[in-house]
Design a protein around this ligand. Sequence first.
Ligand code: ATP
Ligand code: MG
Length: 270
Amino acid sequence: MVKIEVPHNHPRKVSLDIRERIIEGHSRHEVATAGLLAHGRGEAFDYLLGETTNESAKHAIQVAVAALLTAKHPVISVNGNVCSLVPREIVELSDITGAALEINLFYYRKEREDAIFRALKSAGANSVLGTQDRPSETIPELSSNRRKVDSEGIGLADVVLVPLEDGDRTEALKAMKKYVITIDLNPMSRTSVYADVTIVDNIVRAIPLMIAAAKELRTKSEEHLQKMISDFDNDKNLAESIRFIISRLEQLSTNIGLLREKNDTGVRAS
Ligand code: ATP
Ligand code: MG
């Protein structure tokens, strides 16, 4: 496959480079075709957010990391998009928080499981849960392969990080009384509104910030971390994210020239 080189001063360079990673992940069979569409939905919300990490997301990141650090059995769920976008970073977050990595696929294919397993291993993962050869159990209320979770992973977990997750599965995890953390660019998705902590940000920006937060928070007392968690109100945080988008759009609607300034690098999109 020919890799598209995006000129360094292209106004959409960062976004196009991220898109390229997803396309490469698709050709390595990590990403499902539907995963490309899910990525496009995320991109649209990132455009609305101005492609930066806002204060509400930074707050949610702190609380999410506190929950992972204080959990008895934290698990990070990995799908094809997550694996293609942040393979090394997700392994580092797993190492630093002690959370197990579990492969979790919406569209199961052995080929996809193998591709993700290989990618995580070459990114430095010691152990990867959720593969077909592992003990599994089923989540009530969900059909087909999506019901399966690893008995020593999500099955046992008290806290699960499920980035870029589907709403049905998030709702089922909540019904199993898991404390659910997600990363989702759409503050209105079902996953966003069912989760206990929603980080409304691009996973590419959020995971490195979570790693930095873990390095800082692991030195704090259990009591301090528990207070951060109990003080957090996810509905309030989501409302702030929505208001952030509204006020950004209000500002742009009064001055479209701001959009030209932002994009004016002298290079035109082809
Ligand atoms: P839901 O099922 O929760 O109602 P949905 O059906 O709209 O959501 P899904 O495809 O099930 O969407 O879930 C994928 C979610 O991941 C979407 O909300 C999408 O905005 C989000 N997403 C896609 N790419 C990224 C990314 N790079 N970073 C963060 N979120 C992303
Ligand atoms: Mg969905």
